[in-house]
Design a protein around this ligand. Sequence first.
Ligand code: KG4
Ligand code: ZN
Length: 342
Amino acid sequence: MNRDQEVLILAIESSCDETAAAVVKNGREVLSNIISSQIDLHTLYGGVVPEIASRKHIEKINQVIEAALAEAGLSLNDMDAIGVTYGPGLVGALLVGVAEAKAIAYAAGKPLIGVHHIEGHIAANFIEHKELEPPFFSLVVSGGHTHLVRVRDYGKFDIIGRTRDDAAGEAFDKVARAIGLGYPGGPKIDRVAKEGNPDAVAFPRAHVEDSPYDFSFSGVKSAVLNYINGCRMKGEDYCQADVAASFQKAVTDVLVANAMHAVEEYGVDKFAIAGGVASNSALREAMRKACGEKGVEFYYPSPVYCTDNAAMIGAAAYYEYKNGTRHGWDLNAVPNLKLGER
Ligand code: KG4
Ligand code: ZN
């Protein structure tokens, strides 16, 4: 492919607690991927503090963008467009990225492309799986979202199922805090669960009545809290690893069951998982097995592309660019942006 056909995108992500910038070529090739995580800071408070997140994004964003361009060995003038997450997420955090992207795009005379954060998570799968093309199904499981999505085409989505209460990652984070593992809970539960017995405690698998694709995780979270409180009241110790493993199994069982239900009903032949919880080893293994049994091709991103990053935003922005999406200087942060909305 010669330079005329190359599309280079500088992408920016600041929807939660990572300040990130990346340079992505033709939606699939990551030339740089810089992530400045605020996790250590928020760990002091046991979760993300929105006001602190916004302030840290402001401090870091210029450095992160400069580092992304430097690592790619390119300048702003080489870019074909600026992509930025404009929702959903924390409004103050999103605003930092959106304002920065608008300023850069305006100053450099480049098109501006607002990207939906979930569209970015799904597009993370394109980076390492060059052969993956729509249509396919995706399960997006992160700290803020649990969506079962039909990807009809690039940038064209139908939400088939969603959580009615807590997101999967939120449940991991809350349970981890309750059993003394701290924040962020997902990776810690994943690690501790390897030492535990997933059948030790029978936590509930919630199925939403009349809605086979929806999820509910507040019940399993409460069941864990009740279990450990019950143990404490009886003066008994509980096994942290067994509780972690049993909780993780309860969550992954439901995620996989609903995903496989969709596979059967919709005749799916390709399935991609995405979002922070997609790096969970038990979920990957269970999905790999279930997809294998049904002859479905299974895809997942490397952990660095599962949790928030800007490379995935660059991948999604490329397909939006190709579809003709261009945003004006009035682009705003939309904290509750719906997937598929413009
Ligand atoms: O995608 P992400 O970085 O942010 C959102 O868009 O929400 O996801 C963060 C979430 C957190 O809840 C974190 O605990 C969870 O992903 N997570 C995991 C794992 N790694 C991150 N959950 C389970 N197992 C993991 N290995
Ligand atoms: Zn995310």
